[in-house]
Design a protein around this ligand. Structure first.
Ligand SMILES: C[S@@+](CC[C@H](N)C(=O)[O-])C[C@H]1O[C@@H](n2cnc3c(N)ncnc32)[C@H](O)[C@@H]1O
Length: 454
């Protein structure tokens, strides 16, 4: 498709300013502040047509996960195509990154649809994609597999854009990959998304209603998630588990069972990725993975299926209590892989500069750091996050161990590893660690790490 050529083709405000996310050129609204690197919170100004730079790490992980599914054949066989939908694609950055950054040899198997209700956002998505088509060498074939019938869908440089209510878009066709990234809570889209998935599919969900998920807004939490929270050092983990539990129980009602692949609290949002399969018997068993976190006196917490009445005051739930990640898949989400797929080389940067990108050396270095930040600590923690583990806040350890100060994270992990246990840093803004060591062994290691007073 050619770049917008007539005034009618040009979106209002076009072209704005050029920015690079991952290896993909994006157009930002002129009035949007140039993203600072490492943004943490929500964008200062949000709304239709504004790109939230704080979501860049989540989009990087999405590129890596989809590439992993294609490469390792855990979703569809390695010679089959995969239909992916970004149901609320806004200005299309995620789908453009999928098309641009997933390796060339996998691209021909991808059928990508971007949907949004907002015409303005879509016009920017289309114009950006037309002006900066994918750099991968792809033969983009029109999709011909919807409902087994030839489709009239038109693919522009490998992306199909449509403007529907997301729920209609998801009812309209079956996908093996659905991304839900709404403003606020995803609740209203969950049913349709799960029904839209093929017998085996991946659902990725973002939720920015963290006050409800953590329990800092108890009324919204009760209303939206039928849950009760406790705002302590486990609030972030509880929020992730609550969203996992909500999707798991919604799926079970539809005879589907979920396997979490990756689930994170990332600054101001929760992002979960799940494999979803149709299986009545396994869906029935999902109740074994739903329970409550009860804070205790002898250990920081334990999971129970139903808290006793006297435990309720120190309990949060109901939530997902099963494994939170797929160890093997998350284990492949390394810094090296992220840089390989999502960080441009100098030749690409020069090409982009020639196309109008105003970036200096510092921008390039910061963008590499940003790509690394998206996957930091994930592969190291993947094994533990895929099985039973204990989650501990470094800052709470001095209180729990009755000592004056917290040890350094690295030293504590080293000590636990040396005593034969697995231990890793948990990817959270707060210093948290996961381990398979019994709580007593951690306390011992913290006490041993105290400087001698003699
Ligand atoms: C948070 S933004 C999506 C961001 C995008 N996924 C990205 O990575 O840049 C939410 C989008 O949902 C769209 N939206 C809200 N309600 C919708 C609905 N019912 N159907 C389709 N799109 C909707 C908005 O227009 C907005 O573009």
């Amino acid at each position: 498709m050619a770049e917008p050529s007539t005034k009618e083709d040009t979106p209002p405000g076009w072209p704005g300013q050029l920015w690079l996310e991952g290896r993909t050129l994006v157009h930002l609204q002129e009035e949007q502040e140039r993203p600072s690197h490492m943004p943490r919170g929500p964008a200062k100004r949000t709304g239709v047509g504004f790109l939230n730079p704080a979501m860049a790490p989540a989009r990087t992980r999405s590129v890596l996960l989809l590439a992993d599914a294609l490469e390792h054949g855990w979703l569809v066989k390695q010679d089959r195509s995969l239909r992916a939908l970004d149901a609320l694609c806004a200005t299309g950055v995620r789908i453009r990154r999928w098309r641009n950054e997933i390796p060339s040899d996998l691209q021909h198997r991808l059928r990508i649809t971007g949907n949004d209700l907002d015409e303005f956002a879509l016009s920017w998505a289309k114009a950006s994609h037309a002006l900066h088509p994918p750099q991968t060498d792809v033969d983009h074939k029109p999709e011909d597999d919807r409902h087994g019938q030839p489709s009239t869908a038109v693919f522009d440089n490998g992306l199909h854009f449509q403007r529907l209510d997301a729920r209609m878009a998801m009812v309209d066709a079956a996908y093996q990959w659905v991304d839900l990234d709404p403003f606020g809570s995803p609740i209203q889209f969950l049913d349709a998304a799960l029904q839209s998935l093929s017998r085996t599919g991946v659902l990725e969900v973002t939720a920015t209603d963290t006050a409800a998920l953590t329990g800092s807004s108890p009324s919204s939490q009760a209303r939206r998630y039928q849950a009760k929270g406790l705002v302590d050092e486990y609030a972030h983990d509880d929020a992730v588990r609550l969203l996992l539990g909500t999707v798991a129980t919604t799926a079970a009602r539809l005879d589907k069972v979920v396997t979490p692949l990756l689930a994170l609290f990332d600054g101001h949002h929760v992002r979960i990725s799940l494999l979803v399969k149709t299986s009545k018997s396994e869906a029935t068993n999902i109740r074994n993975s739903i329970g409550w976190r009860v804070r205790c006196d002898d250990v920081p917490y334990k999971f129970v299926q139903h808290p006793a009445p006297e435990q309720l005051i120190r309990a949060s739930g109901p939530m997902w209590t099963g494994p939170m990640w797929h160890s093997e898949i998350a284990g492949r989400m390394t810094v090296e892989r992220a840089l390989k797929l999502c960080h441009p080389d100098l030749e690409e940067i020069e090409h982009h500069r020639a196309n109008g990108l105003v970036w200096n050396e510092e921008d390039i270095e910061h963008s590499a750091r940003e790509v690394k930040r998206g996957v930091r600590y994930i592969s190291e923690a993947a094994d533990l996050m895929g099985r039973e583990h204990l989650l501990l806040s470094l800052d709470a350890l001095p209180r729990l161990a009755g000592v004056g100060g917290a040890p350094k994270m690295e030293k504590l992990l080293e000590a636990l590893n040396e005593s034969g246990h697995a231990a890793a840093r948990y990817p959270d803004l707060e210093p948290m660690l996961v381990t398979d060591a019994p709580f007593d062994a951690v306390i011992q290691a913290v006490q041993n790490a105290q400087p001698s007073t003699e």
